[in-house]
Design a protein around this ligand. Sequence first.
Ligand code: BG6
Length: 507
Amino acid sequence: MSTTITNPLRVGLRQERVIAPQCLVIFGASGDLTHRKLVPALFELYKQRRLPSEFALLGCARRPWSNEIFRQKMAEALGETINENHLAWDQFAAGLFYEPVDLQKPEDLIKLSHRLEEIDRLRATRSNRTFYLSVSPKFYGSGCKALANAGLLSDPKRSRVVIEKPFGRDYASAQSLNQIVQSCGQENQIFRIDHYLGKETVQNILVLRFANTIFEPIWNRNYISSVQITAAETVGVEERANYYESSGALRDMVQNHLTQMLAITTMEPPGRFDPEAIRNEKAKVLLAARLADELEPWNCCIRGQYAPGGTKEAPIAGYRQEPGVDPSSTTETYVAMKLFIDNWRWQGVPFYVRTGKRLAKRLSEVVLTFREAPVHLFDAAGGSPTANQLILRIQPDEGAEWRFEVKSPGSGMRSRPVEMEFSYDESFGEPSDEGYVRLLADAMLSDPTLFTRSDEVEAAWRLYTPLLELIEDSPWQLPIHPYESRTWGPAAADTLLANDGLLWRRP
Ligand code: BG6
């Protein structure tokens, strides 16, 4: 019997909104993101029958490719998936086109406009367009201007722009980029993407908090003693040294993905589920966030970098040995920091945030630790009772887990911790979609709920800009601590918590 029939939780699982006929234009179509994430996500939407038949994907980049070369490259990117879905691929590929475009050349924009009109005729895409800027961040502003000058953003109902991260390099540059893009169109045409917001489990934090009554009453400083937010990766910098050298973990992961997890975990309940209500609350809580020690940030922020490791037989290169990395680089591949949120709900609760590459495990999670029982009536198995924890597992093993004390079986009255679990996979019987699947669909639906608004991005940069300036001006004050690959990062990061009598969770 199929799982669809046996699992009642799957009934009505795919009740999706309808994407209108349109052409998605990807600038940077020859790049890494297009073949690793964007086209696989679009093909997934196609297989789920979520793309309208009047859909076209126009790839644009400077390379002089033809439609055929573009289709072939995308087929190579999808690899095995195509073998299993030959027919679907042939139909999907018929809607793939390519146009060589340099966004800096006005004549190329004229060519592009004509090509889009031709695609409208061919595929009935009705001048409805989503432009995706997957280009170098330095071209985000000029790219938007080029589209606006060519008249391609003039209809707010039929044109929108998706902008990849990083949106700016600090507070001032994010502000000026916002000014530029807002001069090109309306805020509701601008979709600043953060793929963590597309993850099922990050959205689940909202549902868990605001669709239940059991969590919200205890979701505050009266019951929660600390929060840890982790995004750990086992991979290194891979082929992205060029970008990563000027970015580092703070700009690459903390300012966006970790801060979005922080905002969703800590925001106030929105009055209704609509994009503005949600984004108002996220922006508001980020404005109340601050480094734990603003005067001496080195007390609340630790930077690390992975050193050579592995075994003699299977050595692992250190960050400085990676191709394209400066052998004396001081770019951080690990950051841990402590933050506070100065509002009524969170005053005094420490938030410990960490991320790093080449760590012991691939793991993203939010861990809420609750205050201990005021009186210890029972002996505990481990000497003292463990504090209750709610663990929101973002990835892998998407789900959530409660930890609490129960009576140990037997004649005594000893307590010991146990776990109660919810797993997406076990409950719903199908893997969650990649973040990009959800976000591409939402952008094409013109739904900005899961995209960051201008004030949110600025509030996030405002939070970290003092650290970035300190690293720039006096790097010795935030030194790089080397750490061995496949560990949990530098020992100095443990001190950050040990000073508060705590430990990082090591699952
Ligand atoms: C990207 C970063 O935004 O997120 C990468 O640029 C990082 O450096 C990646 O590896 C992590 O995403 P995920 O979905 O694998 O956790």
